[in-house]
Design a protein around this ligand. Structure first.
Ligand SMILES: Nc1ncnc2c1ncn2[C@@H]1O[C@H](C[S@+](CC[C@H]([NH3+])C(=O)[O-])CC(=O)[O-])[C@@H](O)[C@H]1O
Length: 326
């Protein structure tokens, strides 16, 4: 429980302490039956060099989330770090930089943050939840924006390991406020305790998107803000698309509503002040293969002759951001 202990202690003193009724058992189960490669990934983490110098490392929580300066690590530390972190591929969400070592991830997640940030309630001093947080890249950006504590949930064990790799180098004053639990939203109680709840890139993976929205609502305290980002299709209030077996090669895509239809769903579930604040066609520069994600990426999921279509003939991904209040 080492990795979770400090976060659980923090939970006791937080407005979310009711989570302690279910979470410790879930974490215990997770650690006793982890994903096949999880132990191997954890061994990789243990071998990362200890950058132990007189000078304290400094964090930068801007577009590239990083820890430095580069001079604190030797060339051989960097080479070792590179070899070990490469074993944690694919690196999807970032970018990150550790003591001069740049991790060029599949996604420019900083671009998503730039689209989201102008529409947020102030995060200063707030308790923030990110549902489906991936590597945790946006958690660090939420801390940069002033959040008191950031809580990420994501069932991806590899993403948890990537988060831990970054967190273990972060100065304690920042690291102690960033938390990641490997649970899905369906395993969370109705806490009604977060000031802001983010869920970006998850709704289309949920088989019951209305239930998912209801769960997000149950996590917010009265007056809190939901920030929702998802793939949408063109159309009006009545347009919802369910792809066949795959969408852009992904097997786990269920419902793609238009942004207007999504706003109707949210209104019917009792959200207030619903706004569609952004629409963006995902570009081949935002999601692409890199040295740190060598598999196929967006370019391979689009029709080579008409990039406005996926290989299956559907509309290529457009992502909308909606904000709402409870
Ligand atoms: N039931 C679930 N509960 C919680 N998380 C889940 C669940 N199912 C899948 N996930 C997680 O949701 C994330 C979706 S990626 C978005 C990452 C980040 N938010 C981003 O916006 O860049 C998709 C994208 O590429 O946009 C993955 O990390 C899953 O493990």
């Amino acid at each position: 429980m080492d990795w979770f202990e400090q976060s659980l202690v923090r939970l006791v003193k937080s407005p979310h302490k009711a989570w302690l009724e279910t979470l410790p058992r879930q974490l215990h189960d997770f650690l006793s039956k982890p994903h096949g490669d999880f132990r191997k990934w954890q061994r990789v983490l243990k071998q990362l060099p200890d950058i132990n110098t007189e000078q304290q490392p400094t964090a930068s929580l801007g577009d590239t989330v990083g820890i430095g300066p580069a001079e604190l690590a030797s060339d051989s530390d960097r080479a070792r770090m590179r070899g070990l972190l490469k074993q944690l591929q694919p690196w999807r969400k970032g970018p990150f930089e550790l003591f001069g070592l740049n991790i060029d991830t599949e996604w420019r997640s900083d671009w998503k943050w730039q689209r989201v940030a102008p529409h947020l309630d102030s995060l200063s001093g707030q308790q923030v939840l990110d549902v489906g947080c991936g590597s945790g890249y946006h958690l660090w950006r939420m801390l940069e924006a002033g959040a008191e504590d950031v809580w990420g949930v994501d069932p991806g064990e590899l993403f948890l390991t990537q988060f831990q790799a970054i967190k273990q180098y972060m100065p304690a004053s920042i690291a102690d406020r960033a938390h990641f639990f490997p649970v899905g939203i369906e395993a969370m109680p109705e806490l009604k305790s977060f000031d802001t709840v983010f869920s970006m890139g998850v709704l289309y993976h949920r088989r019951s998107p209305l239930e998912f929205l209801q769960q997000l609502k149950g996590l917010l305290k009265a007056g809190g803000q939901l920030v929702l980002e998802t793939i949408v299709v063109a159309g009006d209030e009545t347009t919802v698309m369910m792809p066949g077996e795959r969408y852009a090669q992904m097997r786990n895509v269920w419902f793609l509503p238009s942004a207007k239809a999504l706003a109707v769903w949210m209104q019917r579930l009792g959200f207030k002040d619903i706004k569609v604040v952004d629409h963006n066609v995902t570009s081949l520069d935002e999601q692409r293969s890199t040295d740190w994600m060598q598999g196929e990426s967006l370019k391979d999921f689009l029709d080579a002759d008409d990039p406005s279509l996926t290989v299956e003939g559907y509309q290529a991904p457009i992502r909308a951001i909606l904000t709402a209040r409870v």
